[in-house]
Design a protein around this ligand. Structure first.
Ligand code: PRX
Length: 645
């Protein structure tokens, strides 16, 4: 299979870019011809950013799983769709061919129907990285149920909030999940999340770790029993038939919760048609995927990267996608390299935080592994520092593999700014050029387009996008106004990304980080307000303020300034109590790296916390803290500074 929309040269890139901007309908209509539609669209694109309303391929009918699976069966039934590497390298690998994937996804779809799941129902998926997670996601898509995958590092409370927001009626989970040396008790966390829940009717439990779990009569079901029964219904003479539900291009495909600058995560909604086209188009072009290649994206399917570049994009392109259950440093820091060697991985896509962490182990873990299969390397999730970029280039790619620095967001569905591997040039620490269909604009605080370059010839501003691409979010679940306010109201008629950016004279973009109150810790997005809310739940906390600070491995660390009621001592143990509280409320991923007890916070006379000052202190700045004269109590700044942890 060849991809007619694959860009093969710089000239083709410029041509595609120009066409996508001047004639978007024609351009995307042509790309979309390469997919399987039951009925073609009436109109390619209709939009305004005011409401916002974005509709791609309106009137078209399809099912995304027929694109990801069925259409490959004729020529690629025995080709691996998913190669699964278990947490424990001693355990058996699982190779899931396209025909096996078809069978399993049909089984899940039938199992869901048997349990009363209908098109449009929300199914929450809380599983470890097992192939069954991919089956669950695709099984939902096959019958038009809306999946909401929740990352295994979120707490019961976070799950409860998401279940309530999505009004989910069904859950698919595991007894437990293996991650490194840990066995995470997923089902028991789900049980806690369900205390007081009124909407969930059924919980389906896949057995992974075989740890004891509580199974409630009438609510909890074993995956294995349900799947066996479903198979008996859909398989006749070794042939599996389970028709896919016909969906409108603009029907929702999934909800994925992500943090913003307010305390409550938002349910980003992606729809079937546009998301499919965008993830596949970007997958094929950014990584320059060639048929037969093995693609290894190290993300968890609990995040957008896993949705788009482990499951949907690669499978719709008929690729082989590696899915890894474990972590890069267990049982040792050579795990990624073992996997690359074992499966002859051609494309490795990971996060800068993982690269920095692996760098710190030196070169020993690389010994004995043949990495010569690698053709393309990728990074995602946060800015990559030059040192990590060069290490990746030299030690992993042996200076033979283009590195794609892919900038995008949960809301964008797929990559928006990146070089195209080996086709457009890379530049260390720069995401470089926008993909066809992406029209970035740099604006200042007031929304005026930035046109003046600094002494280095750079434009500096807030990154916005002028027009929709097929993968843009359509709404935030249950609250369209929130979507408008968050993304489309800051600057008129623009989608605001929340990121700061630099642009050089050649049109390359460098993302400098968030300009809102969102932190990026190990490539994971967490709102400072969310963490503050969690800290404030602790019984003796009066108030807190959270900021980020540069962290060697994580990119950004979490620094919390905390005021307590002084009823108890402010010692190491009380810090542990606060960490435990945050773990309970959000999950272990949000735990502050540093906690400093303070007697007050720098506030303006109107009561606003001056985060700028706290940020500087957390960064280790002692001198230039800026103007502190407008503070209610300027003395507090010295006190905080002198007691920095
Ligand atoms: O700040 C940007 C950063 O990650 C944010 C999006 O986070 P999330 O929705 O969790 O999605 C992460 C995976 C797509 C962005 O607003 N970010 C993502 N990729 C890059 C990046 N920052 C710099 N360079 C990147 N390549």
């Amino acid at each position: 299979m060849k991809y007619p929309y694959q860009i093969n040269s710089m000239e083709e890139y410029h041509e595609a870019y120009k066409n996508s901007a001047e004639k978007p309908d024609e351009f995307w209509g042509e790309v979309a011809e390469n997919f399987l539609w039951r009925k073609k669209w009436d109109k390619v694109l209709e939009w305004n950013f005011k409401e916002p309303k974005v509709e791609w391929f309106k009137g078209a009918k399809l099912n995304i799983t027929e694109n990801c699976i069925d259409r490959h069966l004729e020529t690629m039934a025995d080709k691996p769709a998913i190669i699964w590497e278990p947490n424990n390298p001693e355990e058996r690998t699982r190779i899931v061919t396209y025909s096996r994937l078809h069978k399993r996804v049909c089984q899940v779809a039938q199992m869901l129907l048997n349990n009363g799941v209908k098109k449009g129902d929300r199914v929450c998926i809380y599983m470890g990285m097992v192939p069954e997670l991919a089956y669950a996601v695709l099984g939902c898509a096959r019958i038009g149920a809306i999946h909401s995958v929740i990352f295994g590092g979120f707490s019961a409370q976070s799950i409860a909030d998401r279940l309530e927001d999505a009004k989910a009626e069904f859950i698919i989970t595991c007894d437990g999940a293996f991650r490194g040396g840990k066995d995470i008790p997923l089902k028991s966390i789900i049980d806690d999340a369900l205390i007081g829940n009124k909407t969930v009717k059924k919980v389906i439990v896949y057995t992974r770790t075989r740890r004891p779990v509580s199974m409630l009569k009438g609510r909890d079901l074993w995956w294995e029993d349900e799947m066996d029964y479903a198979l008996s219904q859909i398989e006749k003479n070794n042939v599996v038939t389970m028709p896919a539900t016909e969906m409108d291009a603009e029907d929702p495909l999934f909800i994925l919760y992500t943090s913003g600058s307010t305390g409550k995560p938002k349910g980003v909604v992606h729809t079937v048609g546009g998301y499919m086209v965008w993830t596949t188009y970007s997958f094929v072009n950014v990584f320059q995927y060639q048929p037969g290649q093995v693609h290894f994206c190290t993300a968890d399917i609990g995040w957008i990267t896993g949705h788009s570049y482990i499951v949907y994009g690669p499978l719709a392109a008929g690729a082989t996608s590696v899915m890894f259950e474990g972590i890069p440093t267990w049982p040792d820091a050579g795990r990624f390299w073992d996997i690359v060697d074992k499966y002859k991985v051609n494309i490795l896509y990971t996060a800068p935080t993982a690269i920095r962490s692996l760098m710190s182990y030196g070169l020993d873990p690389l010994k004995g592994n043949d990495l010569s299969s690698l053709k393309v390397l990728g990074t995602v999730g946060e800015p990559i520092n030059e040192e990590a970029w060069h290490w990746y280039d030299e030690k992993i790619g042996k200076k033979n593999c283009p590195i794609v620095d892919t900038w995008w967001q949960t809301e964008t569905g797929g990559v928006l700014i990146s070089n195209l591997a080996g086709v457009t040039p890379s530049k260390p620490s720069w995401a470089t050029l926008p993909l066809p269909g992406i029209q970035p604009v740099l604006v200042d605080e007031r929304g005026k387009e930035v046109t003046e370059r600094d002494e280095n010839g750079l434009l500096k501003g807030n990154l916005c996008i002028k027009a929709p691409w097929p993968g843009i979010l359509r709404t935030t679940y249950g609250d369209h106004e929130r979507c408008r306010k968050n993304y489309f109201a800051t600057y008129e008629n623009l989608y605001f990304t929340g990121d700061g950016v630099l642009k050089d004279v050649n049109g390359n973009y460098r993302i400098t980080g968030r300009v809102d109150d969102v932190l990026n810790v190990s490539g994971h997005r967490i709102g400072t307000a969310e963490i503050e809310n969690a800290i404030n739940m602790h019984a003796s906390v009066v108030e807190s303020a959270v900021v980020g600070f540069p962290h060697e491995i994580k990119g950004q660390g979490v620094y919390a300034f905390v005021i307590t009621d002084k009823k108890h001592s402010e010692d190491e143990l009380s810090k542990q109590d606060i960490l435990e509280t945050v773990s309970r409320i959000i999950g272990p991923i949000a735990k502050p790296d540093k906690i400093q007890f303070v007697n007050g916070l720098p506030k303006t006379r109107s009561g606003k916390i001056m985060r700028r000052i706290l940020r500087k202190i957390a960064e280790g700045e002692t001198e230039n803290l800026g103007d502190t004269t407008t503070l209610l109590d300027p003395g507090i700044v010295d006190e905080i500074k002198n007691n920095k942890v």
